[in-house]
Design a protein around this ligand. Structure first.
Ligand code: NAD
Ligand code: DAU
Length: 337
């Protein structure tokens, strides 16, 4: 058995990744290290907690003492670094913690991985490092980095630290840059779960600007499969874009959700735009497709329907996620909307 350290495994994509590893592979033990911020929730993993191949340790990736303790639980074959502050709006309100976790935390995990002889280090990055597109074109791995939000800048910094680790120390580092994910267990501050949760309660749906911004949506399991494939077969030092070839204007996604839930469009509220709002993301994942044979499996129409149905059934989980500090966040972000 090889052990994979998954950082940030109690969040949206990390928990889906762990579930997929347990369901679809047999050769890995999984150690999940997560500091359980507002976005990390062990309920996301309740169904697999007792699996003998899985264990959890509470640890902050920017804290050297806790992380040394994590690495001492090894030997670790690989590290997949999901742990991050991940929400653009929060990075606008409070950038400091994004630098601490996303930049300093990544450097610490890189350093420890090198010191402990970890054979594969995978950084889970984002298409946001490339900045914003106009009406045409797609991001390739050669597109220059031009991050616009503090979140995107912190992720770009982490990518460059990964590059430096590879170039300077020949550390076996891989980077994936993915577009917007949707699916189960996404914290309801992000567009799709937020709109579903509000619509279910007949609350207003806050759309930034005119809702004309475009995102490329990929089902989270397709992203997880891409990560596993790159981890197992990717070439160290290489970057792999991951995308769904599935562009949607925000307003059309919001209308689709309302339609699926049989709710009126009068719930839509156009609100003040996000500062520095990236206009359009579109990602070219030819490299991943041609070199590693990855393809998205989930078609969007059925994927988004299944996602809406999933959130509809998660009344208790949604209520828990939207309790306490979420209310303060919501009021600060959206005021009286
Ligand atoms: P998320 O916010 O749902 O989860 C982040 C997890 O990291 C949480 O469990 C949180 O507790 C944990 N965490 C935060 N700070 C930590 C710290 N200092 N130490 C240890 N754990 C910490 O995020 P997500 O949407 O699952 O994103 C996971 C990764 O994928 C991030 O690196 C993000 O940049 C990247 N990504 C996300 C998307 C997307 O659409 N959501 C797309 C591309 C890339
Ligand atoms: O592209 C990958 C990125 O996708 C990841 O790196 C980030 O971690 C992830 O959060 C996501 O970033 P976005 O900023 O694109 O996602 P978000 O769900 O916050 O917003 C999607 C779009 O919807 C964006 O154009 C802003 C808009 N929006 C969002 C919210 C929360 C609204 O119009 N209203 C809202 O209330």
């Amino acid at each position: 058995m090889k052990t994979i350290l998954v950082t940030g495994g109690a969040g949206f994509i990390g928990s889906n990744f762990i579930r997929m590893l347990l369901a679809e592979t047999t050769g890995y033990d999984i150690l999940n290290a997560d500091s359980l911020t507002y976005a990390g929730n062990l309920e996301n993993l309740a169904d697999i907690t007792d699996d003998p191949r899985y264990s959890f340790i509470k640890a902050d990736i920017s804290d050297p003492v806790s992380m040394e303790a994590v690495f001492n639980l090894g030997p670790l074959w690989a590290v997949v670094n999901f742990a991050a502050e991940s929400h653009v709006d929060r990075s606008i309100a409070d950038p400091g913690v994004f630098v601490r976790t996303n930049v300093l935390g990544t450097q610490l995990v890189l350093d420890l991985s090198r010191r402990y002889g970890v054979e594969r280090f995978q950084q889970v990055s984002t298409d946001e490092v490339y900045g914003s597109l106009g009406a045409t074109g797609r991001f390739t791995e050669e597109t220059p980095l031009a991050p616009n939000s503090p979140y995107a800048a912190s992720k770009a910094a982490a990518d460059l630290l990964c590059r430096a680790a590879y170039k300077t120390f020949q550390q076996p580092v891989l980077v994936t840059r993915c577009s917007n994910n949707y699916g189960p267990w996404q914290f309801p501050e992000k567009l799709i779960p937020l709109m579903i949760a509000n619509a279910l309660e007949d609350k207003p749906l806050p759309v930034y600007g005119q809702g004309e911004n475009v995102r490329d949506w990929l089902q989270v399991e397709d992203h997880c499969r891409a990560i596993l494939q790159v981890l197992e077969q990717g070439e160290p030092g290489r970057i792999y874009n991951v995308g769904g070839d599935n562009e949607w204007r925000n307003i059309d996604i919001v209308r689709l959700i309302l339609h699926e839930l049989d709710k009126p469009e009068s719930l839509i509220r156009f609100v003040k735009d996000r500062p520095g709002h990236d206009q359009r993301y579109a990602i070219d994942s030819t490299r991943l497709q041609e070199e590693l044979g990855w393809r998205p499996r989930q078609d969007f129409t059925s994927g988004i329907r299944a996602t809406i149905t999933w959130y509809r059934k998660q009344v208790a989980w949604l209520a828990h996620m939207r309790d306490g500090s979420y209310r303060d966040y919501y009021e600060h972000q959206y005021g009286k909307v």
